[in-house]
Ligand binder design. Structure first.
Ligand code: S3P
Length: 173
């Protein structure tokens, strides 16, 4: 079983990934974490020092390696990862791609005061969230095998829905 979570910043990919991993007992990978560990610095620092293009290159490198990783796993991805055609192809080949669809209001509420996301730092965060989400939505939709709306649902409810949609039965959820 390979489950890949995609979606906008603040959709809960990391939290849902952790919950899925805990509930099913399968391994969890997170592209941002893998990149940070390898680079020895936070994503925001990579953006600052090397720029977004270099970060996107590291994302592709990470996805390529994960696509070859055997065993069961769930993967949380960075919100911009599916923007590259090569990444979209690799993700769809590697497993079931699940789009965690979130409304802009939820993102704005959840990420209020967040300083870890370079694309949402500075002024006009609300407008930027709306514009970015609008432009990225078709990309997420067309990449995913399944879509789950996440607003007002708990991580466990979202996991249950993902697994239901995948027609998998698990116990103790
Ligand atoms: C990004 C999302 C972030 C991180 C980076 C860029 C994006 O991950 O990869 O700041 O372009 O949407 P999260 O989606 O986990 O916040």
């Amino acid at each position: 079983m390979h489950i890949i979570l995609i979606g906008f910043m603040g959709a809960g990919k990391t939290t849902v990934g952790r919950t899925l991993s805990k509930e099913t007992g399968i391994s969890l990978f997170d592209t941002d974490l893998l990149i940070e560990t390898r680079a020895g610095m936070r994503v925001s620092k990579i953006f600052e020092i090397s720029g977004e293009e270099e970060f996107r290159r590291l994302e592709t490198e990470t996805v390529r390696e994960l696509a070859d990783t055997s065993g069961d796993w769930v993967l949380s991805t960075g919100g911009g990862l599916p923007l590259k055609e090569e990444n979209r192809r690799l993700l769809r080949q590697a497993g079931t791609v699940v789009y965690l669809r979130v409304r802009p209001e939820t993102v704005i509420r959840r990420l209020k005061g967040d300083t870890s996301r370079p694309l949402l730092s500075g002024e006009d965060v609300r407008d930027r969230v709306r514009a970015l989400l609008e432009s990225r939505s078709p990309v997420y939709e067309s990449t995913a095998h399944l879509t789950v709306d996440v607003d007002e649902k708990s991580p466990v409810e979202i996991c249950r829905e993902i697994l239901c949609k995948k027609r998998l039965k698990i116990q103790n959820i």
